[in-house]
Design a protein around this ligand. Structure first.
Ligand code: ADP
Length: 320
């Protein structure tokens, strides 16, 4: 079918979010559970906005895994690519919320089911139908998931999908910053759309601010769009022919968990529908205003997935 189809690959886990903000994980009086995992968040963000979306990943055959699969379904995400692992548990992460709504993570990986997806378990039909194939970097940290992701990327590309990469760097999970940087740059060179945060671009360019020239040093021939998110300030965009900034939308942020994923989901949903936005600056700015609004709304509510908006909420904020 000719319908745009976004396929997102990677981890879906449970986030434990502290019941109060501004404390470390150790100081938190308690946690509430919320579904999370960047690629799953992005898939659900795109689906809530009316996109045709599938998620590919592995869950534990435990209560959390069943709950997460239900959340994909409830949000209209195609879950035919979801596999359950009989031995490993669903991944968990403990989130710390700073007073400004910024967050940090601690992970349960022993290993967790999401790292155990095998190439033989890939749903090739979904991958071959993808308009955009999206992935992160946590699934690159360990085998067998790393090889599975590399294989899926290759199939998607061969079948004509655009590859979309959000490194979503969690440095502490990697053996060393050097190892992380090397592998991320390897994936980077194969990707057509990349979204990074300002902190990530600073890490990759070895600078302490976002410098356009340094960012352009990361350019490569496959790349069609590079996005750098700037928190409340919005985002920068870079293409072969034009670059600029789209300002963020002022809201009262209480929890930024999932803002980047909401931004990515919104951007993918729009670009899958109309790829001419990759060449047309006015169209691209329209897409990014929409994505900024989607990210902004997500910061005004607790948790990642529960905070993701539907299209009407985004349009309402844009018209205000
Ligand atoms: P990440 O979650 O990847 O670190 P950011 O925090 O930069 O990404 O947020 C992604 C997007 O969400 C931003 O580009 C912006 O559009 C929106 N956003 C994030 N924080 C805020 C905020 N405090 N106020 C308004 N919009 C925000």
């Amino acid at each position: 079918t000719g319908k745009a189809f976004v396929v997102s690959f990677g981890e879906m886990i449970i986030d434990f979010v502290p019941t109060v903000s501004g404390v470390s994980v150790a100081e938190a009086p308690g946690f509430v559970k919320a579904p999370g995992g960047a690629p799953a968040n992005a898939a659900i963000a795109a689906a809530r906005l009316g996109g045709h979306v599938a998620f590919i990943g592995k869950l534990g055959a435990d209560e959390f895994g069943v709950m997460l699969a239900g959340i994909l379904k409830d949000n209209g995400v195609d879950d035919k690519g979801v596999v359950f692992d009989d031995t490993a548990r669903t991944g968990l992460s403990f989130v710390t919320l700073g007073k400004d709504g910024e967050r940090d993570f601690m992970f349960y990986r022993n290993p967790s089911a999401d790292m155990l997806l095998r190439e033989s378990e890939l749903n090739l039909d979904l991958i071959k139908r993808a308009t955009i194939f999206h992935f992160g970097s946590i699934s690159l940290i360990e085998e067998p998931c790393r090889s599975t992701q590399l294989a899926a990327m290759e199939i998607a590309k061969k079948e004509g999908a655009l590859l979309s990469f959000d490194p979503n760097l969690r440095l502490r999970l990697w053996e060393s910053p050097k190892v992380a940087q090397a592998l991320i740059m390897e994936i980077w060179k194969q990707s057509n759309i990349i979204k990074v945060s300002d902190a990530e671009v600073e890490f990759l360019t070895n600078k302490d601010t976002v410098e356009d020239d340094a960012v352009m040093n990361l350019w490569h021939p496959e790349l069609k769009l590079l996005l750098v998110t700037l928190g409340g300030k919005g985002c920068k965009y870079y293409t072969k022919d034009f670059r600029g900034t789209v300002n963020g939308i002022a809201v009262k942020a209480i929890d930024t968990t999932g803002a980047g994923d909401a931004f990515v989901g919104a951007m993918l949903r729009k670009i899958a529908d109309d790829q001419s936005a990759l060449q047309d600056e006015e169209k691209l700015r329209e897409v990014l205003r929409f994505a900024n609004a989607c990210g902004a709304i997500t910061t005004t509510k607790r948790g990642a997935i529960p905070a993701l908006p539907v299209e009407a909420e985004v349009l309402e904020l844009l018209e205000r």
